[in-house]
Design a protein around this ligand. Sequence first.
Ligand code: UGA
Length: 413
Amino acid sequence: MRISVIGAGYVGLATATSMASKGHEVILHDVDEQRLSAIEKGQDPLDEPGMAEALAAYPVAVTNNLSEAIANAEVHFICVGTAGASWHYDLKSVELVAAAMGRLLSPGSTVVIKSTVVPGTTETVIMPLLQLSGKKVGTDFGVCVNPEFLGVGTALRNALHPDRIIIGQWDERSGDKLAALYRGFNCPILKMDLKSAEMVKCASNSFLAAKISFINEIGNICKAFGIDVYEVASAMGHDPRIGHKFLNAGTGFGGSCLPKDLRALIASSRRVGYEPEILEHVLTLNEEQPRRMIKLLKSHIPDLNGKVIGVLGLAFKPNTTDVRESVAVSIVAALLKEGARVRAHDPGAMASFQKLFADIEYGTAAHALDSDAVLIVTEWDEFEQLDYCGKIVIDGRRVMKAREALVYEGLCW
Ligand code: UGA
């Protein structure tokens, strides 16, 4: 089948290459010419593991011309970003694409919304824009919602080996066409209406966020009792109803997805007249964890003014250069507010963090360790190889080697 993918971020790239790997003819559209020319040369502009190799093995055509992308394709995936203002999704790009795409659609083609949006958005915002040209959904073209569950750093693997495919369908014919497209992916395909599919995405990320805040709360209680929450979580995880994943207690969740999706669901829930108290507490507790870390540090060094504090880990999780909503942002801001001098190190994210904090020191791990105390904020594997002897370490991510420090404090253990 001929497919167009609009938006060459990590969702668009992973969608395009995974579809190309199943033998479909893919054309990828973006407005960023530099990004397109890298992709055309088989380079991955986003450093997603395996992506460059996949692009070499399954090349996709690229264009910055929307008409060229839409012409002759039967299925059009909208994968443009919606991350924006903090309590709602920024729909600007989706709206622009939908409005422009409507008049270009050939009869019988299907538009698939992959961009994350809150329930009801496709029906109330995107469909009216697609129909501006006078063409009608269900008669002239079809619409589906097909949320993505791709992690940063695992996008290609998640796209090639999905746990489930969710198809929200407006019209059955489009739902069937999309299901046929995914037949080679060997996982359950679940069909539902458009807003249910939108909700599956928001609810899944909110659940993951809740799982993390839950174990962080248990961890905070464990700390007060002198219990190791990791031992508790590991034992809990043997119950298949609980599972082992996403029970790593510590400084909390960041990134471009979990915090944003949680806030967007809270805001849209309030809009329909429901106060989502559990979700609100998930967020509050997540904001509290970095503050607890600073409090723990101050229990060893009460006055941080003029002290040198090392920060190990700036990325929102290991193996990425992404610092969006990273816990390190709140930690460094709090340290600077206390008058501390910050020596930061991250194996991959120093350049991106420098755009947010230009005036702190960046250097090697050894330089960060050469401080009055060190905070571990992201669990890069490299941090298991460092020499912590003689240091004061506050560990927010449970790096086992750091226990050799002169003073070692785990945030939740
Ligand atoms: C998340 C979801 O995991 C994906 O399923 C989803 O598709 C994606 O958002 C998205 O909406 O596009 P991602 O943001 O890449 O993926 O990162 P995660 O691996 O979920 O980690 C998010 C944050 O939670 C990180 O800061 C991580 O350190 C933290 N975390 C994760 C914990 O604090 N404890 C854990 O046990 C797990």
